[in-house]
Write a protein that binds this ligand. Sequence first.
Ligand SMILES: [Ca+2]
Ligand SMILES: [Ca+2]
Ligand SMILES: [Ca+2]
Length: 255
Amino acid sequence: MIIKYFLAVAFVITFSTTSAVATNPIMITISSDMNKVIFDGRWSHETEWKRSSLDTLSYDDGTYIQLRTAHQDNFIYVFVDAVSDIYLDKGIDGTIVCFDTNNDKSLLPDSNDYCFVATLDEREPFVLQGGSLESNDHLIKIANPDGFIGISSVSDENDRYSKTPHTSYEFRIPTNLVGRSDIYGFYLGIYDGHSDKIHSWPQDLVSDSIIKIPTPSIWGELVSPDKSLPEFEWPMLAILTAFSLSAYLTKFRYR
Ligand SMILES: [Ca+2]
Ligand SMILES: [Ca+2]
Ligand SMILES: [Ca+2]
């Protein structure tokens, strides 16, 4: 069994080295509107995810996914709009979003790798962490962190890309867990129960199960191009500035 797994990993590495190199990173944007997102698993109204980055993922078999990403305060927000998945396989369609928080691209998932899973119409999203010796794939379920949301439902008339009912996913991922960085390793796996296929980002990473993820060494990257994600938030910076100014003035006065 273990040998089979390592063979599978070796195959994935060989197969995908070129595509991983060729993949442009996902550029995440800072947003001031993400705290207004209604977490119901779908486009709730037309402007809901407007202030976020857009990446269009299209595949040779006609699959078409719109990915929106943004960050605000202590959360990373991800919307996966599986526009072409019009077969609503409740309890089966699912998406996994993974972060290699140190971007150290290890061969097997390590303890700074986290994955977040949501399933269509199921209220119980879950979180996996790498580095476990208890499971063959080195991933183990951990308690959902405070503030984490993963929810999936059906997007239709309010969707910016298609009014035909289709599966979509909303995630809110706490930076308390994944940390603040201007570059993460990043992997997405979107499973459609009707075709029984996983479409990944980066593309063509072979995986036969939604929670059996390809090796982090070939994941893509999620980048904060203006480095706004790792920086201090403005309120914190303002408090620090005010504090040092008052400390300086106090010192000056008693000289
Ligand atoms: Ca929504
Ligand atoms: Ca489906
Ligand atoms: Ca890692």
